[in-house]
Design a protein around this ligand. Structure first.
Ligand code: C5P
Length: 208
């Protein structure tokens, strides 16, 4: 079974993807980490403006070296969104994601273009949303918990900027697949959101 989960930053898609993967005992790939790893290496080498170098870094990416904790900073999120707008970077990461999705038992992938580009024939597709304010609140608390010094206003501005860049780019923009089910988590706690996501997947499976 292949489950595709897309949505904007801090919508809750990562948590839902992890929970669904654990529930169905499927491997899970947070594809944002791939773009974050490329962004982080570009930042570290002073190459963020260099499109050709970022594509080279994406082609040479070692997925065994992904460290989620180190990659989930606000600065790396911004760098990820910039390199992710480059078609060569996206092309370099396509095969890797599709091979992960093609595992025999299936998989859960979350990102921005899973249901539209990476796995258009996924068995179940979710598009997870929430208002920018609620997403900023969640991200603010997460960053505070990690000891990052920032303000709610700065996080909200970052979320709005990233939404605009991710949705407005020409290469695989953030957009809902026609056959994806929307799950708005604005007013939902984690357990409620998970129950709703599970219900969507079960319904899709029963109608296969
Ligand atoms: O989900 P996360 O915030 O970790 O993603 C970081 C950035 O990577 C996003 O803002 C987006 O620009 C990019 N991304 C993407 N396609 C994906 C996953 C992430 O463009 N499938």
């Amino acid at each position: 079974m292949l489950i595709a989960i897309d949505g904007p930053a801090a919508s809750g898609k990562g948590t839902l993807a992890r929970r669904l993967a654990a529930h169905y005992r499927l491997p899970h790939l947070d594809t944002g980490l791939l773009y974050r790893a490329v962004g982080a290496q570009c930042l570290a080498r002073g190459l963020l403006e260099d499109a050709a170098a970022s594509a080279d870094i994406a082609r040479a990416l070692d997925t065994d070296m992904l460290d989620p904790d180190a990659l989930r900073t606000a600065e790396i999120g911004e760098a990820a969104s910039r390199v992710a707008a480059r078609p060569d970077v996206r092309a370099a990461l396509l095969d890797l994601q599709q091979r992960f999705a093609a595992q025999e038992r299936g998989a859960v992938l979350d990102g921005r273009d899973i249901g539209t580009v990476i796995c258009p024939s996924a068995d179940a597709k979710l598009f997870v949303t929430a208002t920018p304010e609620v997403r900023a609140e969640r991200r603010f608390r997460e960053l505070q918990g990690r000891g990052e010094i920032t303000s709610f206003e700065a996080v909200l501005e970052d979320i709005r900027k990233r939404d605009a860049r991710d949705s407005g780019r020409s290469a695989a923009p953030l957009t809902q697949a026609g056959d994806a089910t929307t799950l708005d988590t604005t007013a939902l706690g984690i357990e409620e959101a998970f129950a709703a996501a599970l219900a969507v997947v079960e319904k899709r499976l029963s109608s296969r």
